[in-house]
Structure formats: C-alpha cells, structure tokens
Design a binder for this molecule. Structure first.
Ligand code: NDP
Length: 398
C-alpha cells in the first residue's frame, strides 16, 4: 500500500491516474498535481474514489520540494513534459523519494534529447539510496523491455534491432498530433540518427522510408526512420547490437501539413518578435492545434508497436518479432483517452508497480532494459497491453 504523487494532468496523466485508481491494492493514496489545477480536477471527477489534486509549477524546485514534503509520497511519477525531468529529479533528491518518467530530458531551447543529463544523477541517486526509472512509457519503455526479452529468451546474441511504431488509427481531423504537439513536432523534425557499427549515423529528417506489412489485419504502411531515445540506452546496455533503427508511420496528409508548417517557419523553437511581443512559433502552433486529450472520442483504429530483433540462437541466424496491438476505441471506453496516451500511461503505472513491489528496485538511475523483463510483462498484459511474440518468421530487413 503506497502513496504516489503524479505530476502532469495531460493526455498521459489522465491514463496514469485512471490506471493507478484501478489498483488501489498498490496505490492506496493518489495525489495528482499539475500547472493547471482545474485539469487535475476534471480527471479526478472521472474516477470513483478519492484523488487529491494540487497546483504545482514543476519548473520550480522549491515548490516541488514543498509539495513532496507535504504529501510524503513513496514515488513521484513525472508525467509532465521532458523539460521538467531535471527539476523533478532535483526535488526527489532533496526529499529522498523515488522517481519515474516516460521521456528523457530535453532543453527548451534546443531540440536535442539524450540521456547524458539524467545519467549524470547516477552517483547522487545511489548515495541518497533512491531510484530513478527512466523512460517507462511504450517507446521508450515497453520497446526496451521487449528487447530485453528477446535477449533473455529468444536470442543468444542480438545484432540488429528495428523498433517499429505504427499508428493505424485516424481521428478524421485535417492535422493533429496524438501527444503534446510541441514535443511531437520537435521529435519528428529533428535530424535522424540510427546506430551502425559502433556509432550514430546522421541523415536528414524523414529522408528514409520503407513499407512494412503490419500484422493482424493492419497491412502495409509507410514507415519513416527517426531518431528515438531508447536506441541510446539499448545499444549501451546490449553492446552486441551492430545496427539499431527506429521507424514510425506517418500518413501523407500529416507529412504534407508538417512540410508546409516547417517551410513557413511555424515549427521554429526560437523566439521571434511579433507586434512588440516575443513568441515562439511552435508554442503558438500548439495553442492552435487540437488538444490531443480531445482526440479520444474521434480516433478509430489500432496501434501496433514492437521490435524485430535479429541475431543468433544456438549458432543459427534467427529473428523474433515482439509487439502489442492496441485499439483506440477500446481505450476510450475504458479511460476516456486514445491509444497513444494509453500505451504510454499503462507502462508508467506498471513501472511504478515494479518499483513499489520491489520487483525492480535498486538505488541509482536505471533504464528499462536493465531489469528482468518478465515480471513487467506479466503485469502489463492484465493491465491492458498484451504482448505477442512471433518466434522465428521471415520479416524483411528494413
Ligand atoms: P500533455 O501536453 O497533454 O500534458 C502535459 C502536462 O504537463 C499538462 O497537464 C501540463 O499542464 C503539465 N505541465 C507542463 N509543464 C508543467 C509545469 N512546468 N509544471 C506543472 N505541470 C506542467 O502531454 P502528454 O500527456 O501527451 O505527454 C506527457 C509526457 O509523456 C511527455 O513527457 C511526453 O513526451 C511523454 N510521452 C512518452 C511516450 C512514450 O511512449 N514514452 C509517448 C507519448 C508521450 P498544463 O496543461 O496546465 O500546461
């Protein structure tokens, strides 16, 4: 029985709060805090049973420390934005409380996300006897756990890894992102990097396209190679991997809008002067685009996110495909959110369960692939995200 503090009341925060509330045997007391308290209250009103709501500016360490000291949680779940990772980690250090997040730190003024800033907390977290679990969403998160499962059960050596994220759902709107538009557009428009022969190789954003035939009736879709943060930790912790690539599906319509927005400067992350005021175009764009939290009732179709790991088993070349299929409308019926928020929020709660039950617990800063994948997957399925393993098969190289 544990008390938790959830910070961030957006699309993912909503799913995390619902799913924690479904497991009162573990999460006996839940506090939800965000910059806008009314958003916390809206979520709390959807849920049977008490959810305490608070206002907090998570960019402000003393405010966070005061909140953590007042609430005395056993674990802080950071479900705000990547910009708040370090301030929340600082507050956890100051108060001696465990930490979990779903995305690695990214400075507001540079579209550059990497683990170096958070790995730098390793010795301080160890010395304080507290734990940080980094990237406990789907990708990063479950994709790291799937890779660890491939290494544990299906292959003796992994040499190549393709992480493939398909959203075969549609919301019917001309242009909208499925999670925070600013974070999403920064990720998609950043130069691509993939791992090859011991180094990251850079190519222009969205310049490499493949068609992948997704299972379970989804069929062929265009996938584009992107840089994604889990590759950085996976190739560090599983050093046999010679090549790692991340692929995401985008519709032609999404890419057409994105290209125009980029060409006219609406995706810029630097300040520009407008009628005597300084504005950041991508933040202004976020204000105009649909709130991803409102897409739930509109989105139909499925997501399919997984990994194909290739390598050797008993001296023979072999591959394994491990994935999850999630249905947007089923998610909406359960927690009033679409599948992108659901597939992120459920693994965050399962990561919290691993930490609070001691199945995954050790002082220091950890990535998901460093722990035994099986206890995590044993809980993930019953919580709503079952795992499919195709052991062998003949998936084409991407
Ligand atoms: P949203 O923008 O919907 O929600 C973010 C929430 O954080 C909002 O409630 C916002 O409050 C709050 N917030 C922002 N800044 C502050 C602050 N300074 N202090 C307090 N609260 C703040 O984002 P999502 O829910 O879509 O995404 C949440 C996280 O999940 C992000 O870090 C995203 O990168 C990550 N993610 C991870 C994925 C994975 O698979 N690993 C996939 C998708 C997302 P307010 O609304 O009041 O401004």
């Amino acid at each position: 029985m544990s008390k938790v503090l959830i910070i961030g009341a957006g699309g993912v925060g909503q799913v995390v709060t619902h799913k924690c509330a479904q497991r009162r045997d573990i999460f006996s007391e839940i506090t939800l805090a965000s910059r806008t308290k009314s958003k916390c209250d809206t979520i709390a009103a959807q849920i049977n049973g008490p959810i305490k709501t608070m206002q907090v500016d998570a960019d402000n360490v003393p405010e966070l420390v005061a909140l953590i000291q007042a609430e005395k949680p056993q674990l802080v779940l950071n479900i705000a934005l990547p910009y708040q990772d370090l301030t929340i980690m600082d507050a956890c250090l100051a108060t001696g409380v465990d930490y979990l997040d779903t995305a690695n730190y990214e400075p507001l003024d540079t579209a550059k996300f990497e683990y170096s800033w958070q790995w730098a907390y390793q010795e301080r977290f160890k010395a304080a006897g507290i734990m940080a679990l980094l990237g406990s969403g789907f990708d990063p998160g479950v994709t790291n756990v799937y890779t660890a499962l491939a290494a544990k059960k299906y292959l003796d050596v992994i040499e190549e890894l393709d992480i493939i994220d398909a959203n075969a759902g549609s919301h019917g709107l001309p242009f909208a992102t499925n999670f925070n538009p600013e974070i999403n557009i920064r990720e998609v428009t950043a130069p691509c990097r993939h791992w090859e022969n011991g180094q990251f190789v850079e190519t222009p954003a969205l310049s490499t396209k493949r068609v992948f035939d997704f299972p379970e009736g989804i069929g062929p879709m265009n996938c584009y190679r992107l840089y994604h943060e889990e590759m950085e930790s996976i190739v560090k912790h599983i050093p046999t991997i010679k090549k790692a690539q991340f692929w995401m599906t985008f519709s032609d319509n999404y890419l057409k809008h994105l290209e125009v927005l980029q060409n006219v400067g609406m995706t810029r992350i630097d300040e520009v002067e407008f009628q005597g005021q300084k504005i950041v175009p991508i933040q202004f764009l976020k204000a105009l685009l649909p709130d991803p939290g409102t897409l739930g009732p509109l989105t139909k179709g499925k997501t399919c996110i997984g990994v194909i790991a290739r390598g050797y088993k008993d001296g023979k070349r072999k591959q394994v495909y491990i994935y999850n299929i999630c249905d947007h409308q089923a998610c909406y019926q359960e927690v009033q959110s679409q599948a992108i928020s659901y597939t992120t929020g459920v693994p965050a709660v399962v990561g919290a369960i691993m930490m609070l039950t001691g199945k995954w617990h050790a002082p220091g800063v950890w990535n998901m692939e460093q722990f035994d994948p099986e206890p995590f997957l044993d809980v993930l399925g019953p919580m709503g995200l079952p795992t499919v393993v195709i052991d062998g098969g003949d998936w084409p190289e991407l």
